[in-house]
Ligand binder design. Structure first.
Ligand code: ADP
Ligand code: ZN
Length: 682
């Protein structure tokens, strides 16, 4: 479908050429522009174009080679078209393989092609021509790595993947079993064949060590893509990857679109990680899309994890992916010992916000006294501080989102972590006018104040999103923690991702319950993955580690598997049975349609209409409709939300439902958000 872009007038003598452009806008349409004949010759699909858009200009991508207007009159437009302002050089053209990958993703995820293409290439930086020569750190001859010899287990995995260079593999290996070294060794061979390497990691900003490890390991400069790059740097890396000057890229999910000519290896490290699912603008699952790219390009793809996703295990079962296991941690490093602390039974420390048993505090003290380090993990999501009225029980909520506001003691503010609303701390309750308002629960801030007061030996550092606003800041916190100045690191999700702290011998999970209380079909799987990852932070050095998990729910199956009371296979099996019974992924396809509007009654009525329409669709086959329902977070930035969840065994029926919904909503007041393979259902 095309939208015509009328303009005030243009002379119509020689043949007029038109071109279809995908713009990075949340619309499922291409735009047609007039293009001069001499520009048309250079206007190849995948080239960027600058075009007038509304009262501004926009940079989009040419979708199809230009045509003479007479040949496309059948499109039925009679208006005069706006004209292309500028066309990009062929050297900026998005390679056809990447372009096709975006088209595939656009069809599958029902995401606008223009948005996907703008993630695949730095369009505005290319078109504005900002010229930056990034200083590329050159590899040094590293002493730490030069003597490294793969152990037997690593070597047998390496020879298996090398023997079948186009086959996909899952490398299922505990944290610290040496997976990264295997990726590096495999990548060396691929580079020697003049092919490129893409290494995807969940959050590159959180793993600054990886960058130098890969660079030193491969002995070549590499591109590192992360969200903190300037436009100019992004352009520079993109052009260098395209020209072949750089052949290795390490980055978060969008690095999968790297424009290298020929890619021989894609690594998806921590393949189970939820951050591979992009939730904003164009939705896509980078792990799955990387698999599609590898197939198209006949590249090898390696998925690495200590706690594989059920999706990937299902592909292993279907024999689409080979399976290799690393059983052991690198020599001398045993798995940490896990200790459960039953908060309902044990005496708790009085007078602090977070629940801590006396025994846990004693353990932390002892560890620090021995000169060892401690990591304290708090699952903020289910466990931040809220302000509660002790008279009537009312919790201070965000006026725009139906979420409790988080209490920030230091800033003396209440903050909404979804829409960023800030307010002063009220002196009385809105409900009953009572003045007895108290923060309950514990954010990382209260821990930072209260624990060192209890434990004089503690020299604490905090790591969470509020702290880490830049990569430099993150590097500073991580390097401070490895110095003698600090012995305790406390924080949220960020402390568990990938870091390799050799002096940490104790990891404390303040309250595990928040992890498995999230109403989502993946919550057990994710709780298991998170706790395993947390545990993996302990005992990475020579000394053995311990993990202390505090909970009010001592018999939870996730804790049983962490403790080894039930086997991982049995835990996975029971999760698989449940999912298969309820037709949840990977045993069925899932689609979430979300409607948003600032009036609740509108969004409710229109959601009902969609359900009705999909229900009576004559072409409807094999789908199950759940809802409409109000999601966990009912309202964001003043917009009410209603969700419709659709299950089916086949992607084509999912796509059919999307088609019906899109058609209907074109004259709805509400906005429709389509999420194929949604990650959370709440
Ligand atoms: P994973 O990626 O599975 O968590 P890594 O590859 O990061 O494991 O290895 C964990 C640690 O062990 C790293 O510090 C790494 O340098 C070291 N290491 C890995 N393989 C070997 C080996 N064969 N010999 C000595 N040290 C190794
Ligand atoms: Zn809010």
């Amino acid at each position: 479908m095309s939208v015509i872009t009328p303009t005030s007038g243009s002379p119509m003598n020689s043949p007029v050429w038109v071109v279809e452009v995908a713009l990075p806008r949340p619309i499922d349409q291409f735009f047609t522009y007039e293009i001069q004949e001499d520009q048309a010759e250079l206007a190849l699909p995948g080239c960027w174009v600058k075009v007038p858009f509304g009262r501004m200009s926009a940079v989009g991508v040419i979708v199809r080679a230009p045509k003479k207007i007479d040949d496309v009159k059948s499109l039925g437009f009679t208006q005069v078209l706006k004209k292309v302002i500028k066309v990009g050089e062929v050297s900026d053209q998005i390679p056809s393989l990447v372009f096709k990958l975006c088209q595939w993703a656009s069809d599958y995820y029902q995401s606008p092609l223009g948005e996907l293409l703008s993630m695949a290439a730095p369009l505005s930086a290319l078109s504005s021509g900002v010229n930056v020569r990034t200083q590329l750190p050159q590899p040094e001859i590293s002493n730490s790595r030069s003597g490294l010899v793969l152990n037997d287990e690593q070597r047998s995995v390496l020879s298996a993947i090398t023997a079948e260079p186009e086959k996909a593999f899952l490398i299922d290996g505990v944290t610290g079993s040496g997976k990264t070294e295997i990726y590096i060794e495999r990548a060396k061979k691929v580079l020697a064949q003049e092919k490129g390497v893409i290494i995807l990691v969940p959050e590159i900003a959180l793993t600054p060590q990886l960058e130098s490890r890969v660079r030193e390991g491969l002995g070549v400069p590499i591109a590192v893509l992360h969200s903190a790059l300037s436009d100019g740097q992004r352009r520079d890396y993109w052009l260098k990857l395209k020209s072949g000057e750089l052949r290795v890229v390490v980055g978060a999910r969008s690095a999968l679109f790297a424009p290298m000519k020929s890619c021989g290896l894609i690594v998806v490290d921590e393949e189970h990680d939820a951050s591979y699912k992009q939730e904003e603008r164009a939705r896509y699952q980078a792990r799955d899309l990387a698999f599609v790219r590898a197939k198209k390009e006949k590249a090898q793809i390696l998925f690495g994890s200590a706690t594989p996703s059920l999706e990937t295990l299902e592909r292993v079962r279907e024999e689409k992916i080979g399976y290799l296991k690393l059983e052991k941690r690198i020599i001398n490093r045993s798995m940490p010992k896990v200790e459960l602390v039953n908060l309902t039974d044990e005496p708790l420390i009085a007078g602090i916000q977070a629940p801590f048993s006396e025994r846990t505090i004693e353990k932390i003290k002892l560890t620090l006294q021995k000169g060892e380090k401690v990591l304290i993990y708090l699952n903020r999501r289910g466990f931040a501080s809220y302000l509660v009225c002790l008279d009537c029980g009312e919790v201070s909520e965000c006026p725009r989102c139906s979420l409790s506001l988080t209490y920030h003691k230091r800033k003396k503010k209440l903050v909404c972590h979804t829409c960023d609303f800030h307010s002063e701390i009220p002196d009385h309750c809105k409900g009953c006018k009572g003045v007895d308002l108290h923060p309950i629960g514990a954010g990382t801030e209260s821990l930072e104040d209260e624990l060192p007061a209890l434990i004089p030996e503690m020299k604490a550092l905090r790591l969470d999103r509020d702290q880490v606003t830049s990569q430099t800041r993150l590097k500073k916190i991580l390097s401070d923690f490895s110095s003698d100045q600090y012995n305790t690191l406390m924080g949220t999700q960020m402390v568990v991702k990938g870091h390799d702290f050799s002096e940490v011998t104790l990891v404390v999970v303040v309250l595990a319950d928040g992890l498995f209380r999230w109403p989502d079909f993946r919550s057990n799987e994710r709780a298991y993955q998170t706790l395993t990852q947390v545990a993996g932070r302990a005992g990475r050095g020579e000394k053995p580690g311990e993990v202390w998990i505090q909970t009010f729910d001592i018999d939870h199956p996730v804790l049983s598997v962490i403790l080894g009371r039930i086997s991982r296979e049995d835990f996975y099996k029971s999760e698989q049975e449940l999912r298969s019974l309820l037709h949840y992924p990977p045993y069925g396809r899932l689609l979430r349609l979300r409607l948003t509007h600032d009036t609740e009654s509108v969004v409710k009525k229109e959601a009902d209409q969609i359900v009705q329409m999909i229900t009576i669709d004559p072409e409807k086959t094999d789908i199950e409709i759940l809802g409409p329902s109000t999601p966990m977070i009912e309202r964001v930035r003043g917009e009410h939300r209603m969700d419709i969840l659709i299950k089916s065994s086949q992607i084509q029926w999912i796509h059919r439902a999307v088609k019906v919904a899109k058609k209907m909503t074109s004259n709805f007041k509400s906005t429709l958000l389509v999420d194929v393979d949604p990650y959370g259902v709440s």
